[in-house]
Write a protein that binds this ligand. Structure first.
Ligand code: MLT
Length: 210
């Protein structure tokens, strides 16, 4: 199924279970990019996969940046609210349960997922964050008590300084999230091993939700 819901170009695939994965691609990706990953991670879940609306010289992103790793905060906040509205509208339109919505984000997509968690705590039931960094320093840390979060990071990531991911871990820990952090001696690209680990984690967490 494709763009019926105005706002974001997106894909929606109904599932056989009551869970829905919100797939959030990295810079230069599209709504099609992470669909195979989502199907691998949770074969029975429905999929909602929007395309980021910001174009950086033609590369789609979920919010603007001023330089690599330096975010346009105003745009980030605006885009985060806009995405939250889209998610709620999509849930009405397609009839999926927001209480069973799990974000799966990679890089820029993981960063907007983190921003959704900080600005709309409770909207996402759980999150899988691949190669994430701090979207912004929150003035007040939100209450994310017990929210299951799987975070996979590379110690040799050239785009995302490990200390930045570590700061995100601190913020999410302070917020009370139930974090599972996996560090690997790898770079920005995803590895088969961590996809397998995320799949295992997700099947455990989804079983707890149903
Ligand atoms: C971002 O801009 O969100 C991060 O630098 C990662 C990316 O380039 O996608």
């Amino acid at each position: 199924m494709s763009a019926r819901n105005p706002g974001f170009a997106h894909r929606f695939f109904p599932g056989e279970s009551d869970a829905t994965l919100l797939l959030l691609h990295g810079t230069g990706g599209s709504e099609d990019d992470l669909v195979p990953l989502g199907q691998q991670l949770a074969p029975k879940a429905a999929i909602l996969s929007p395309r980021g609306k910001v174009s950086e010289y033609g590369a789609a992103r979920f919010f603007r940046r001023l330089a690599e790793g330096v975010f346009d905060h105003e745009d980030l906040v605006f885009r985060t609210h806009e995405l939250a509205e889209f998610i709620e509208a999509a849930s009405d339109e397609y009839g999926f349960d927001l209480g069973r919505l799990v974000a799966v984000g990679y890089s820029n997509g993981a960063n907007i997922a983190g921003s959704l968690m900080l600005l709309h705590p409770g909207l996402l039931r759980a999150a899988v964050l691949f190669r994430a960094m701090v979207p912004f320093e929150p003035e007040e840390v939100p209450d994310l008590s017990g929210m299951p979060v799987f975070l996979a990071a590379g110690r040799r990531d050239q785009m995302i300084p490990p200390q930045n991911t570590q700061r995100l871990v601190e913020i999410l820990t302070e917020a009370g999230a139930d974090l599972d952090v996996r560090w690997r001696d790898t770079g920005h690209g995803l590895t088969y091993e961590e996809v397998a680990e995320a799949k295992e984690w997700l099947s455990r967490e989804l079983a707890k939700l149903s």
